[in-house]
Design a protein around this ligand. Structure first.
Ligand code: PLP
Length: 395
């Protein structure tokens, strides 16, 4: 028996434990001080009433002989796949329900989709990156090429023709930078992938935060993407499902590699490795796509967007460089006066009691930046922004 040897290539995941250790040590020494937690990428607003009604309908259906459901089709129910297809149609994207796979969230899919690809493929990861892209690629034994980004390109790296890759992770709007590709920029990526016969794994977990009209919500708004992309999406941030768990992955019929339909292979994988998502959850998820669900989830997102507006105003007044906030619940800020990410973390914790995420947790080209999450309660976000600005004015 041999274990997967690639686990040995993973970096120690000390980062979040270090953040916790520094925060706990400070809190223990200052028990009377309130901490403003602006580091956590988790929602705070509850599920909306329409979703609760959908979930309750699911529960009620399971209670009578006539409406009870046992095992469902592993790839998702017709009602939810159709609801998502209709939602995409409102954006001008035509999908067949069979191209939509109902999942337990984007995180599970980022790892699971590796099933479709040989371990000797090369993976392109734009940096800084959501850590799962790197770690799942390492666990799968795949070689990674890192494409750096920075202030000069606004943390929106573009394809480099000589850089060869088989799989490409793109996340827009991005975690951690909050930067979002325009249609024209994504078209360049799609053309690059089609030329190379690569496959883009497009993480659209934050699409619900987009406000700019030239930023696409789905990669399938781009011509040619149906021939090179898989979209991973989630209701976690769209509708507050981080603890409820439901998402969807789109594998288009037109996506063919080596003469094989990736959609057909994915059906084969899912019908072997899962028994699908619970009926009750799928009824809750269906409600997100009703007019009431759309209005109510948008109202929750507006709360986070207002936090972002307040923080962007504070950052503008402090004269700091940042990306994000406009189309994402994250703001990625350059540390003032050449400070390191951890020095900035310590400064904000000890002088303003604000907890942010040091950039260095997100890999290459993240040093010297920090991430502020907009998911906190509005009163916390605005009080923290005020404290932040006061501290910056003393530097
Ligand atoms: N992708 C990105 C970029 C994320 O930031 C997250 C969660 O924070 C996920 C995927 C995982 O989302 P889910 O809750 O759907 O598993």
């Amino acid at each position: 028996m041999k274990l997967n040897p690639y686990f040995a290539d993973l970096d120690e995941s000390y980062f979040f434990s270090e953040m916790r250790a520094r925060t706990d040590a400070y809190a223990a020494m200052h028990p009377d001080e309130h901490l403003y937690r602006m580091g956590i990428g988790d929602v705070t607003q509850p599920l909306c009433p329409a979703v609760i009604q959908g979930l309750m309908r699911g529960v009620r259906d399971q209670s009578t002989m006539e409406t009870f459901h046992g095992y469902l089709f592993e790839c998702g129910t017709d009602f939810l796949r159709s609801a998502i297809a209709e939602h995409y149609a409102t954006r001008g994207v035509t999908l067949f329900p069979e191209e939509i796979f109902i999942t337990s969230g984007a995180g599970d899919e980022i790892g699971a989709l590796g099933d479709l690809f040989s371990s000797d493929n090369t993976v392109l990861v734009t940096e800084p990156a959501y850590p799962a892209y790197v770690d799942t690629s390492i666990m799968g034994g795949r070689r990674i090429v890192h494409l750096p980004s920075g202030k000069a390109d606004g943390f929106l790296p573009m394809p480099v023709p000589d850089l060869k890759a088989d799989l490409i992770f793109l996340c827009s709007p991005n975690n951690p930078t909050g930067a979002a590709y325009t249609k024209a920029q994504l078209k360049e990526w799609v053309d690059y992938a089609n030329t190379q016969e690569a496959v883009i794994l497009f993480d659209a977990a934050y699409e619900a935060f987009i406000t700019d009209s030239d930023v696409p919500h789905s990669i399938f708004e781009i011509d040619g993407a149906e021939r090179c992309a898989i979209e991973i999406c989630s209701l976690s941030k769209t509708a507050g499902f981080t603890g409820t768990r439901c998402g969807y992955t789109i594998v288009p019929n037109a996506l063919i590699r080596n003469g094989q339909s990736l959609r057909a292979l994915w059906v084969r994988s899912r019908t072997t490795k899962t028994n699908g998502i619970s009926y009750i959850l799928q009824r809750g998820a269906e409600a997100v796509f009703t007019p009431a669900g759309q209005a109510q989830t948008k109202a929750s997102i507006a709360v986070y967007q207002e936090n972002a507006r307040i923080w962007m105003d504070a950052l503008d007044r402090a004269g700091l460089w940042y990306t994000g906030g406009r189309n994402a619940p994250y703001i990625w800020v350059a540390c003032p006066n050449g400070r390191s990410s951890w020095a900035m973390f310590d400064l904000l914790l000890t002088k303003a009691q604000i907890i942010v995420t040091p950039g260095v947790g997100f890999g290459a080209c993240s040093e010297g930046f920090f991430r502020i999450s907009m998911f906190s309660e509005p009163s916390e976000a605005s009080a923290a922004a005020e404290r932040f600005l006061s501290l910056m004015q003393t530097l």
